[in-house]
Design a protein around this ligand. Structure first.
Ligand SMILES: NC(=O)C1=CN([C@@H]2O[C@H](COP(=O)(O)OP(=O)(O)OC[C@H]3O[C@@H](n4cnc5c(N)ncnc54)[C@H](O)[C@@H]3O)[C@@H](O)[C@H]2O)C=CC1
Ligand SMILES: O=C(CO)COP(=O)(O)O
Length: 344
């Protein structure tokens, strides 16, 4: 997979989605309802079988009927053969190991699209960076999708928008054309850093919101955290080269609102359990879906510190996770501790 010339097909006939959790399956439905022939890879054969035979993925999308033409398999070569676009939706911490397995199977020249919202622990890389490293492809072949996209709502065909970002507007547009149907609208931009970090950072603020919800605090506290959280997100992302307007768009504010408001959010749920007094290990044991925010706290704080960016809310989430801060004490420290009033 060394080609550098993008082979962008504006109307892909065949696409592959790797990962049959709630978002991979929902995105496969979005693409199929947009007219593409979609094959999805499920790690567990029984999940692939259920999608093929019953057109359901009941573990992740209870009550949702999937498109009849959506093909599923636990065998990667079957899913990837002839794919004109490849979408990736596995937990962020497992992306690198999965890419090493599929590297030789991804057709030359096709766009590779990250649907994920995490940062790799240890290396602190964004998912598009992991893709570039493991597949050896240029930025013009890589796209990321982000936005207020709670899977179950979209699977129920509730109208939703997202943003597709790539260094190449052609690639972003080709992906946006495929990821478009009567209930799903994709916008485009070229701010990959902002789009990707928006999706990661809002998860951390959603954990904070869950914590104060679990403690029993009300709307003033939550609105204060959302508003100051957006400042934190923007300071961080802009320090890494993002455009401020991306953070007030779908991938920033839009996703922050959806994730902080919805009980469907796994990050919000994990935070609520922490706020109710469960410790880190108990929360992990209770979560049967991916809450990316929990794994991204440490690498985000490391990145922030490397650029001298202050993240008081995210720092307090880290302390609650570590068991060194009582969840009830998170809200009074919305900003850095100082006796001098700060500008907003
Ligand atoms: N669910 C949602 O509403 C949305 C999720 N996302 C992002 O999509 C990504 C995937 O999340 P979900 O589908 O929601 O998670 P999920 O927990 O619903 O599903 C994860 C899937 O990955 C599989 N998996 C687990 N470990 C694996 C490994 N080591 N190798 C390969 N597959 C593995 C699981 O079997 C499952 O099929 C995350 O980065 C998440 O932030 C983005 C937008 C919306
Ligand atoms: O990214 C999401 C909504 O845009 C999903 O959020 P959770 O991962 O917290 O469920």
């Amino acid at each position: 997979m060394t080609s550098v010339t993008p082979d962008i097909d504006a109307e892909p006939r065949r696409v592959a989605v790797l990962g049959a959790g709630s978002w991979g399956t929902t995105f496969a439905k979005i693409l199929a309802d947009g007219g593409a022939r979609v094959a999805i890879w499920a790690r567990r054969p029984e999940v692939a079988r259920e999608i093929m035979q019953s057109h359901r993925n009941s573990d992740y999308l209870p009550g949702i009927n999937l498109p009849l033409g959506l093909a599923a398999s636990s065998r990667l070569p079957e899913v990837l053969e002839g794919a004109q676009q490849v979408y990736l939706s596995v937990p962020s911490q497992s992306l690198r190991e999965n890419l090493r397995i599929v590297r030789e199977l991804i057709p030359d020249g096709v766009p590779v699209v990250s649907l994920m919202k995490g940062v790799e622990r240890g290396t602190r890389y964004r998912m598009s960076e992991v893709i570039a490293q493991e597949l050896g492809v240029g930025p013009e072949r890589i796209a990321v999708v982000s936005g207020p996209n709670l899977a179950l709502e979209i699977a129920k065909e509730q109208p939703t928008a997202a943003v597709v970002s790539s260094a190449s507007l052609d690639t972003a547009s080709a992906v946006a054309l495929a990821a478009r149907n009567p209930y799903f609208r994709s916008f485009v931009n070229t701010d990959v850093v902002g789009t990707e970090f928006g999706g990661v950072l809002k998860n951390l603020i959603a954990v904070a919101i869950g914590i104060v919800d679990g403690v029993g605090y009300g709307e003033n506290t939550k609105a204060s955290i959302i508003t100051r959280g957006l400042v934190e997100m923007t300071d961080f992302a802009v320090a890494f080269g993002a455009l401020p307007e991306t953070m007030s768009g779908l991938a920033g504010l839009g996703d922050l609102i959806a994730t902080c408001e919805s009980p469907l959010s796994r990050n919000n749920t994990a935070g609520r359990l922490l706020g109710q007094g469960y410790d880190y290990h108990e929360v992990i044991a209770q979560m049967n879906q991916t809450a990316e925010g929990i794994s991204s706290v440490a690498p985000i704080l490391e990145l922030a510190s490397s650029m001298g960016v202050e993240m008081p809310i995210v720092s307090q989430v880290a302390e609650v996770l570590a068991g060194t801060l009582d969840p009830r004490d998170i809200a009074p420290h919305l900003t850095t501790d100082t006796d001098v009033p700060q500008g907003e």
